[in-house]
Write a protein that binds this ligand. Sequence first.
Ligand code: NAG
Ligand code: NAG
Ligand code: NAG
Ligand code: NAG
Ligand code: NAG
Length: 368
Amino acid sequence: MGVVKEGCYLLFPFVILSLSVPLLPLSVHSQCTKPPIIFNFGDSNSDTGGYVDGLGLNFVPPNGRAYFHHPARRLADGRLMIDFLCESLNTGYLTPYLNSLGPNFTNGANFAIIGSATLPRYVPFSLHVQVSQFLRFRSLSPALVLNGYQDLVADGDFETALYTIDIGQNDLAASFDSLSYPQVIDKIPSFITEIKYAISNIYQRGGKNFWIHNTGPLGCLPQKLASFARNAIELDEHGCLRPLNNAAKIFNTQLRVLCEQLNSQLINATIVYVDIYSIKYDLIANASHHGFDSPLMACCGNGGPPYNYNANITCGRTGYTVCHEGSKFISWDGVHYTEAANAVFASKILSTNYSTPRVNFNFFCNKM
Ligand SMILES: *[C@@H]1O[C@H](CO)[C@@H](O)[C@H](O)[C@H]1NC(C)=O
Ligand SMILES: *[C@@H]1O[C@H](CO)[C@@H](O)[C@H](O)[C@H]1NC(C)=O
Ligand SMILES: *[C@@H]1O[C@H](CO)[C@@H](O)[C@H](O)[C@H]1NC(C)=O
Ligand SMILES: *[C@@H]1O[C@H](CO)[C@@H](O)[C@H](O)[C@H]1NC(C)=O
Ligand SMILES: *[C@@H]1O[C@H](CO)[C@@H](O)[C@H](O)[C@H]1NC(C)=O
């Protein structure tokens, strides 16, 4: 339980629409000659295959149609933000830690798993479990390298590695399923504490470079709108659910304070807080300016306008429909974003306009 929070993606036959989506250029391509090794922690926003590897299932088309031309173990029609960030450093896509078939961890490992949250702490694959997996990787990998194993990470490389975290969305989503708004707000500090433990644990084992994404506008997800939007009073000027977005903003304020505190407490550490909320909300608010239509409607789903989301007929299940031009949609399946949106998000991240302190992702390239 817990793990499949974001919807069941089962195996059904369907029609595949193969379309070429024009790729948005990323504004920054780094001169990173020796990119940092990256260890990533999080949920479906950055899971590049761990859930599929761990559970031995697969996603179905049309997932992946815009880029990989097969589902590629991601919940999107193509690449995720983390994929674009890796491209910007000229490093490969991250291999899931749970990949047991010829994994290549030379450039790092991805511990993110679809559905993950910070709490409860001891269930697969909470942030705490992901960090425990990392600590195991960290203690075993250097000795294996010395013994001649390839494609792992050597001892000194954990100090120069970049640790990226993108989690919290499922904590808020699950809380709203069972709690009142004030109760949700009361729980937020416990989520932030888990992120604090994660950063502190990694730091104690030598990690110094952290890149922390805040959480996006939960109340703009078609899935949430389809199930909660019953009266107009709760909707903001762009049609998103105010209580869910307010909770996300309160989470983000506390996360920002944590990052500032840790930046001064943890000697020699750099903790970059990235305002993903503003990046995502701005795109939804200004969708047409960026060439997107229907910012609150899923490309792949069922039911048509306004949200094209039906919890019984999610993307890939019998009866779903899929839009022709994914590049015009921000939401892929009602919960996850399209590759086109992810490309915009990544280019905004790389602009440094949303980072505190204001450093670029390639700041962590190893100085040779
Ligand atoms: C693993 O990836 C690195 C670069 O990311 C590459 O140089 C190496 O050849 C890869 N190993 C295998 C076995 O493919
Ligand atoms: C911080 O970095 C300096 C310079 O590299 C080093 O001398 C010092 O030991 C480091 N301190 C800690 C606590 O890591
Ligand atoms: C939309 O874009 C305008 C102009 O670039 C900007 O001033 C405004 O802040 C944006 N709206 C949101 C909600 O970000
Ligand atoms: C989904 O299925 C359940 C059980 O069959 C039903 O009660 C519910 O109304 C359905 N929801 C939608 C949006 O069709
Ligand atoms: C970043 O900020 C600068 C200065 O405000 C602006 O010119 C630029 O368009 C911004 N870039 C992005 C991607 O938002």
